[in-house]
Design a binder for this molecule. Structure first.
Ligand code: ADP
Ligand code: MG
Length: 235
């Protein structure tokens, strides 16, 4: 039987995640329903320990739920094995973390090329695409720099270029400004707003209400429970 449902872009139904701690089972995500349309800019806002990273790992196909259904671009994620998950992840998700997690011995350009190397894209094309992405994030004059020759904000821009270069259907960011000062963080939020205006689908996870308010839609997560947070359209 096919597990492809071409109608559904992103839908979670009754997602639960349990962790086993010795004898005890801890339910960290509780009955999460969440739908997203292509092109939406969503933020998930919640305090430390509320389950944000656990949810991100499931959204990003790094982990599977204990219960529930998750459909991403027509694929029923809970039915996939490790290899299929890795494949889906590499095609559909562009990850951005709090720390840019660049490889320290590679230039900005090589860092951005890396996902395309794994994807088997030929050298000339991948170099071209990586350059275009670095131009897009405003780093055309820093392509040959090593990560330690870049500011924190520039490193995060490289990470965003790397996340985008494979043309994923979702940009998934976990506290993307968490390691940056306020001004640099605001510049990264401006870049996200531009990417959203260009039609990118973005899910941004944060504990910071001010950061969350940059998204067009905010949901709250508290103790593993999601509630729709009312719009910020007029903010
Ligand atoms: N691998 C794990 N094993 C057991 N408990 C975990 C594991 N990962 C996270 N938790 C627990 O799940 C809860 C949510 O964690 P997390 O998703 O990292 O929250 P957040 O990202 O919102 O700070 C926390 O109470 C944390 O201790
Ligand atoms: Mg976290």
């Amino acid at each position: 039987m096919s597990t492809v449902n071409s109608e559904t872009f992103f839908e979670m139904r009754g997602i639960c995640k349990d962790y086993q701690m010795g004898e005890e089972t801890m339910r960290v995500l509780r009955d999460i329903d969440l739908s997203l349309e292509e092109g939406e800019y969503l933020s998930v806002l919640g305090p430390s320990g509320s389950g944000k990273s656990t949810l991100m790992n499931i959204i990003g196909c790094l982990d599977t739920p204990t219960l529930g259904e998750y459909t991403l671009h027509g694929r029923e994620v809970q039915e996939l094995d490790e290899g299929e998950l890795a494949h889906l992840r590499s095609r559909e998700i562009g990850f951005i973390f709090q720390n840019s997690q660049l490889l320290p011995r590679l230039t900005a350009l090589k860092n951005v090329e890396l996902p395309l190397i794994y994807a088997g894209v030929p050298p000339r094309e991948r170099r071209q695409r990586a350059k275009e992405m670095l131009v897009r994030v405003g780093l055309e004059d820093r392509m040959g720099h090593m990560p330690n020759q870049l500011s924190g904000g520039q490193q995060q821009r490289v990470a965003i270029a790397r996340a985008l270069v494979g043309n994923p259907s979702i940009l998934l960011a976990d506290e993307p400004t968490g390691a940056l000062d306020q001004k640099t963080g605001a510049q990264i939020m401006t870049l996200f707003a531009e990417l959203s205006a260009e039609g990118r689908t973005i899910i941004m996870i944060t504990h910071d209400m001010k950061i969350a308010s940059h998204a067009r839609r905010v949901v709250h997560i508290i103790d593993g429970v999601i509630t729709e947070g009312g719009g910020t359209e007029d903010a």
